[in-house]
Design a protein around this ligand. Sequence first.
Ligand code: UD1
Length: 417
Amino acid sequence: MDKLLIQGGTALSGEVAISGAKNAALPILCASLLTAEPLHFTNVPRLKDISTMMRLLGDMGVGVTLDGIDGLVLDGGGLNNPVASYEMVKTMRAAILVLGPLVARGGEARVSLPGGCAIGARPVDQHIKGLQAMGAEITVEQGYVHAKATRLRGARICTDMVTVTGTENLMMAACLADGETIIENAAREPEVVDLANCLVSMGARISGAGTAVIRIQGVDQLHGATHAIMPDRIETGTYLCAAAATGGDVRLLKTSAAYLDAVVDKLMDAGCEITVERDAIRLVAPPRLKAVSLRTAPYPAFPTDMQAQFMAINCIADGVATIRETIFENRFMHANELARLGADIQIEGSNAIVRGVDHLEGATVMATDLRASASLVIAGLVARGETLIDRIYHLDRGYEHIEEKLSKLGALVRRVH
Ligand code: UD1
């Protein structure tokens, strides 16, 4: 199993390009199940989760062709096997995103339940409830969701909580339903908007994406299209935190601060100077960061996917920060690992109290989930001496070429096999 070896203590500096967004690409790839015509994508990040999704779609009969460094063509003309096995779904929960499109286009889907995962129970009851409201007959047997419908019909759906993939699944299904669907309490995440833009270019009739109420007028069929995946706001935020923690000066290219207000505000509160350009962001860190408290919540509030990275920067900041996690019930596993590097963190239910220390010391630590791994990389970059991060397959699920990108910014980091 690969590990990452980091020699801490170098301030990051220079420029690096941000990749396409994993969480936008995953649902957008599933849109290929909605049409028999090819979809051409650019800015697709080459990540483990993306290749898992390509394999899953390929198993279902979708033609998958890589095109250059970041291009991809998906052809849903040969769709013949509407099944997502446990083997696929257990490694990537986002595989549940095939459910809505499959039942909408082919009238049938058999998709494994994701089961538990490291950061909490994460049920899919809202995805199921919404499809039932659209007339799908759903049974859950032997760990599989089996959905059937002759044609879905438009419905008014109000989800019990804001769910990102739930909104995306239902929005995709509604595109081919008979009549109008209204999704209330919809997720407003920019990735939902990117998916809606792609669906509209395929002929879907959607309004309100990016607000809490999305309206979809069903159409009989969708057609082929070309779509560029939006930049990854979480990768962008992670590199900004790495620069902030190391006292660095970096310029991130091919990205936008437009979807990062909550993160940029916190970095400025921590004392960083941030310059926003049209397609780039520059961060200059202060000699020592100030502690910043935060509370995670659905977009446009502070993203849960940036919580671990901010815990890392608070570990070496001046002062005490309280971090409150409101989305997932078990998302503080990085705290114990950060403590191995000398951090002072106290967990009280869904609050973490982080007391900044003067410095961290390198140690061997273990990545427990994707964003937790990112927090360990940031801490390792600041720590004195060597940090060895085990189980970095989590990191490879969501960060493209991480060691090349960090090395380009001057970090001393290498992968060991
Ligand atoms: C997506 C993101 C993930 C991010 C999360 C929250 C993708 C591929 N993943 O995950 O990176 O951390 O949003 O921003 O886009 N819930 C239910 N029942 C449901 C659905 C959700 O109880 O049917 C709960 C979840 O357990 C969680 C909360 O709702 O507590 C939000 O989850 P959700 O927004 O669905 O997360 P994902 O879409 O899985």
